[in-house]
Ligand binder design. Structure first.
Ligand code: AMP
Length: 689
């Protein structure tokens, strides 16, 4: 609603501005054509009235924008963060030493939520899909991360405040500048707005030089001091270390858990009976030395990743269980819609795969499962979308990639990346380690196949291209059939051909003696190939933070003089499932509370017993703020009340049954509506409720 009225205000403002401009032109024309002073004056007066209107509308728009986009969101976030910190969901790490940016501890309820989320992740993915879970070290030798490309390419472009040395991410400064202009500068001409939008859309593509010249062109300075900035330069995000005392064996803290799985592929494939497809999974810490972490728990320097590497035959990416999710409908933002700045829309998963919007069934299957995972945790399905990567965002080897993004007070946040990384990772480790990370498929009957054989002559290529010999040979070897046949035809017809070498970024002239290309018929008994990998990668901390925001609301207390905070976590996620309170301090009630607590412990229901004499309303408010879904109040020796957090409805249940009732509803075997229909409603006479 608010968005629509902002948009219509913008349209009216643009119209009024255009009319005022036309009126200004008219005055200039009247003056130039020698019109009478009274004529000029009356036109001038209406121009003044128009300007006042423009001014009023601008102010209105400004205040709506900050109310909607900035003010409200900031106030909401502050409310959430205050509640989270007060209740120790999380704590800035090393707080007594003034903390370290980008490092946070989970306190007791935060730890419980995280453990519940991870428990459910294991159940929803590892258990249901029979995944092979592994647990690899965080300290990783350099060679592994050299092969994966992280040592050379896992960088962000950084700029420094030239006077204080404070570091900033160059693309973030440029993005903030453009966003600020677009949101707040209401006099921005249309072409400038288009330019800023274009810059934001192509941020990932800008080289250090291009980024530097944009920062200069827009006069962007250090945000804290307004000092000039250095030119951008790449900063590797990995924490470097060395393994052992000699200092001779370099290593890094892993920036993702995936590499541990790739290097174990051969053993895992064997463990799986040499059969594809199969998936391996890993939950663990990842470390990224973010340049200037902001956005609280969303961008940190150490975080928990839960990653899946699903290995498939590149020629068959169908999924046997795709039909289980194909009817799901949820928000998707395909790249074509993004290119044309259209809004994201609800699509049916099966349709999206059929129409080729999503590259293959396996990728689609994981999107569907991820949607179910997120919504079961309590993420609002209206604020969850799957955004496809633009061609420029994807690594060159990736076949397709979708991010599950959740809308929070910081905007849309990437929480899960689901990528078809083709065979890149296994090939890279095969090449570096010399160990063949491949799969075989034995044919029932031998098959006659025509194979493309490309044999570069190392000697001839080396003689001409010297230091570039390896790159030229590699480029020749990976030619696809169509390109190879064209090169062959040209070499045969003209004796030479211009050949583009991607890794050199230029074309070279090949002659006939440098490569032989042919097609040969062969009988094959098996196919040996490098599997493709489909990788869903879950940023657990980001999901949890968004869950905090989506679960948070406030409501007035009974007296209406105070707002109470509530986290409406589903029982699955809630850090504590139930509280047990004697209504008043009375030894018999305390005895009953202890008995119920024992029964809950036996049923493995996490709970908290509170026998303080604090008023019952205050005790409810405290546990609502921890997101505890059920409260048992002991107000007699044989029956108690059970209260549901969000409706505040209470039912009366016998002492003997109550633990089983709470277990039933927290395990999801019954809903609260079932409980309401089974037990008598208790209308509260307590003044606190
Ligand atoms: P990436 O490998 O960069 O695609 O990251 C995988 C997932 O890790 C992302 O979808 C995020 O949820 C999460 N992530 C990446 N960087 C950070 C960070 N600095 N802090 C917290 N989570 C992160």
């Amino acid at each position: 609603m608010a968005e629509t009225s902002i948009d219509s205000l913008k349209a009216v403002l643009a119209q009024k501005r255009a009319s005022a401009e036309a009126q200004g032109q008219a005055i200039r024309f009247l003056k130039a054509s020698g019109a009478s002073p009274s004529e000029v004056e009356s036109t001038l007066n209406s121009l003044k009235a128009m300007k006042v209107e423009v001014e009023v509308l601008s102010k209105e728009l400004n205040s709506r924008v900050s109310e909607n986009g900035g003010g409200n969101r900031d106030a909401f976030r502050q409310g959430v963060v205050n509640a989270l910190e007060r209740r120790l969901f999380y704590i800035p790490s090393f707080k007594i030493y003034r903390g370290v940016a980008g490092l946070y501890d989970y306190g007791p309820p935060g730890c419980a939520v995280k453990s519940n989320v991870l428990g459910f992740w294991r159940e929803h993915f590892v258990l249901v899909e029979n995944m092979l879970e592994v647990d690899c070290p965080c300290v990783t030798p350099e060679v592994v991360l050299k092969a994966s490309g992280h040592v050379d390419k896992f960088t962000d472009l950084m700029v420094k405040d030239e006077k204080t040395g404070t570091c900033y991410r160059a693309d973030h400064l440029l993005k903030d500048f453009c966003k600020d202009k677009l949101e707040k500068d209401l006099t921005l001409p249309e072409e400038k707005a288009m330019e800023y939008k274009r810059v934001m859309a192509t941020l990932d593509d800008l080289s250090a030089k291009e980024l530097g010249s944009k920062l200069k062109e827009y006069g962007i300075v250090a945000p804290d001091t307004k000092n000039p900035l250095s030119d951008p330069y790449p900063f590797n995000l990995m924490f470097a270390t060395s393994i052992g005392p000699s200092g001779l064996s370099p290593g890094y803290m892993r920036p993702e858990t995936a590499q541990g799985i790739f290097v174990n592929f051969k053993d895992l494939y064997y463990y799986n009976g040499n059969k594809l497809p199969f998936a391996a999974a890993q939950i663990g810490q990842a470390f990224r030395n973010e340049i200037s972490p902001r956005q609280g728990l969303l961008r940190v320097r150490e975080f928990t990743l839960a990653e899946i590497e699903h290995f498939v035959d590149p020629d068959d990416k169908s999924h046997p269980k795709f039909k289980d999710v194909s009817n799901l409908e949820f928000f998707m933002y395909p790249r074509d819609e993004q290119k044309e700045a259209k809004p994201f829309k609800k699509l049916q998963l099966g349709d999206a795969v059929k129409k080729g919007i999503i590259n293959n069934e396996t990728l689609g299957y994981f999107m569907g499962r991820t949607y179910l995972f997120m919504t079961s945790l309590g993420i609002d399905k209206e604020r969850l979308r799957f955004r496809q990567h633009m061609a420029n965002e994807m690594a060159h080897y990736a076949a397709d990639c979708w991010d599950a993004e959740i809308e929070s007070s910081y905007g849309w946040i990437e929480c899960v990346g689901i990528a078809d990384r083709s065979a890149y990772d296994l090939r890279a480790h095969t090449e570096k380690s010399g160990v063949q990370l491949v799969a075989q498929e034995k044919f029932a009957e031998p098959r006659e196949v025509e194979k493309l054989v490309i044999t570069p002559s190392k000697k001839e290529v080396g003689l001409v291209f010297k230091g570039n010999q390896k790159k030229v040979i590699e480029a020749l070897e990976v030619m696809k059939e169509a390109e190879a046949m064209e090169v062959k035809a040209n070499l045969e017809a003209k004796g030479e051909v211009e050949f583009f070498v991607c890794t050199l970024g230029q074309s070279v002239t090949l002659t006939k003696n440098m490569v032989s290309i042919s097609k040969e018929k062969k009988k094959e008994h098996q196919k040996v190939f490098t599997p493709s990998v489909i990788e869903p990668s879950f940023g657990i901390g980001r999901i949890i933070y968004c869950l905090f925001e989506h679960s948070f609301y406030t409501r007035p207390n009974k007296a209406g003089d105070e707002q109470c905070n509530v986290f409406k976590f589903p029982p699955l996620v809630a850090p504590i499932k139930c509280t047990v309170f004697p209504l008043i301090q009375k030894p018999e009630y305390e005895e009953v509370a202890k008995l119920i607590s024992k029964a809950l412990t036996r049923a493995r229901i996490s709970h908290k017993i509170d026998i303080t004499g604090t008023s019952i309303g205050k005790r409810y408010a405290r546990t609502d703020e921890l997101g505890v879904p059920f409260a048992i109040t002991v107000d007699s020796s044989n029956s108690v009340t059970v209260r549901e957090r969000d409706s505040k409805d209470q039912v009366r249940v016998s002492v003997d049954e109550v633990a089983a009732v709470v277990k039933d509803v927290t395990d999801g075997d019954s809903t609260w509506a079932d409980i309401l229909s089974r037990y008598p409603l208790h209308s509260s006479s307590s003044s606190d409720e």
